[in-house]
Design a binder for this molecule. Structure first.
Ligand code: GDD
Ligand code: MG
Length: 333
């Protein structure tokens, strides 16, 4: 079975980090996020992937090469202008060979894909949508279902008070190739706002099944950080921590090769990229530092993302910030 991965969004909520790279390449436990998606697919015996690229699509090339080396078959269907989540799927029609999976590939999850496909086949569904419970459904697609799992409605990002359930679209679908015929060609079309509501209104066999496995959309700084904490602390099960990600130190810290931490510095629940330097007396807590970042003497970095090569000056305190690549912070924010 093939998996189509939607990776063409602008990642606006993660700017400035996403001015130069798609959010799917931001590091979770020191590995590009999308590699965790590949791991999940491989664990389920899925070795054929189609990347649905648009914004900064070329940035995926090294990752594609690495995945091929590891035995995955990777195709790319590129949209010079973004075609929306359904338009992107349609744009890969020529690569679809049978029942297929679709992923919002900004989602970090341990969902049981085999169980989802089994559910889909048992219901003879046209489309199956995976659901996950969240506390505030207003930032997601809200999906009420009947007792047997039939989708009754698809309401994208309703006001919180109007959400009929806290079960939301996890951004994982199983689809039959016939779905492709319901998507207009060569124009932007949304899965959430057009395709799914249209299929439901037309009485098509759209079903949904829940997962209680780990699930997190990494699309905002807060959730990107949380995904990293969860990988470090084991809530998201990954063998990446300690393997390709670099040395694992005490206090849920992963440090890539070349990272240097002064003996008098304190670091906890954080990911340090290649060649990061933490100088004397500095404190780094619940943060993600990209390669080459420097935290100066007695500086403090808490619940922040520090971009590539950024320098946090001596004595400066950075709390709850996203620091752009290459910037030099000389005063407390
Ligand atoms: N190829 C392509 N083309 N990909 C796109 C496009 C496009 O035009 N637009 C968005 N994507 C990709 C994004 O890069 C991301 O991986 C995925 O599609 C979802 O887009 P987001 O922009 O992250 O959407 P969202 O998080 O606000 O909402 C979506 O995901 C939620 C779950 O995390 C919706 O599907 C919601 O219904 C869902 O609950
Ligand atoms: Mg998202």
């Amino acid at each position: 079975m093939k998996a189509l991965l939607l990776v063409g969004g602008f990642g606006t909520r993660l700017r400035p980090l996403t001015y130069t790279r798609p959010k799917h390449l931001l590091p979770i436990a020191n590995r590009p996020h999308i590699e965790h998606v590949f791991d999940l697919l491989r664990r389920h015996g899925i070795h054929e992937v189609v990347l649905l690229t648009s914004y900064l699509g070329d940035e995926f090339a090294p990752m594609v090469a690495a995945a091929k080396e590891r035995g995955m078959a990777v195709d790319v269907a590129h949209e010079p202008e973004p075609l929306g989540t359904a338009g992107g799927i349609r744009n890969a029609s020529h690569l679809v060979t049978g029942t297929f999976l679709v992923f919002n590939a900004d989602v970090l999850t341990a969902a049981d894909l085999g169980a989802v496909v089994e559910f889909h086949n048992a219901r003879r569904a046209l489309t199956t949508i995976v659901l996950t419970p969240v506390e505030d459904p207003s930032a997601y697609g809200v999906v009420p279902t009947s007792a047997d799992g039939r989708v009754l409605d698809f309401i994208e990002k309703p006001p919180r008070s109007e959400a009929p359930t806290n079960l939301i679209n996890a951004g994982i679908y199983v689809m039959e190739p016939e779905v492709l015929e319901r998507i207009p060609a060569d124009k932007p079309y949304s899965a959430e706002r057009e395709l799914f509501p249209g299929l439901v209104a037309g009485g098509e066999r759209v079903f949904a099944t829940g997962t209680h496995a780990y699930w997190m959309d990494i699309g905002t700084p807060r959730k990107f950080l949380q995904a990293n904490y969860d990988a470090l602390e084991g809530a998201f099960p990954t063998d990446a921590v300690g393997a390709g990600a670099g040395a694992v130190l005490a206090d849920a810290v992963v440090a890539a090769p070349g990272a240097r931490i002064a003996a008098s510095a304190r670091v906890s629940c954080s990911c340090l990229g290649r060649d990061v330097v933490i100088e004397d007396g500095a404190a780094v807590e619940r943060s993600v530092l990209f390669g080459g970042a420097v935290v100066g003497n007695n500086a403090t970095v808490v619940e922040s993302i520090v971009g590539e090569g950024a320098v946090i000056g001596a004595g400066v305190s950075v709390v709850g910030q996203t620091v752009a690549d290459g910037s030099k912070i000389q005063t407390t924010q």
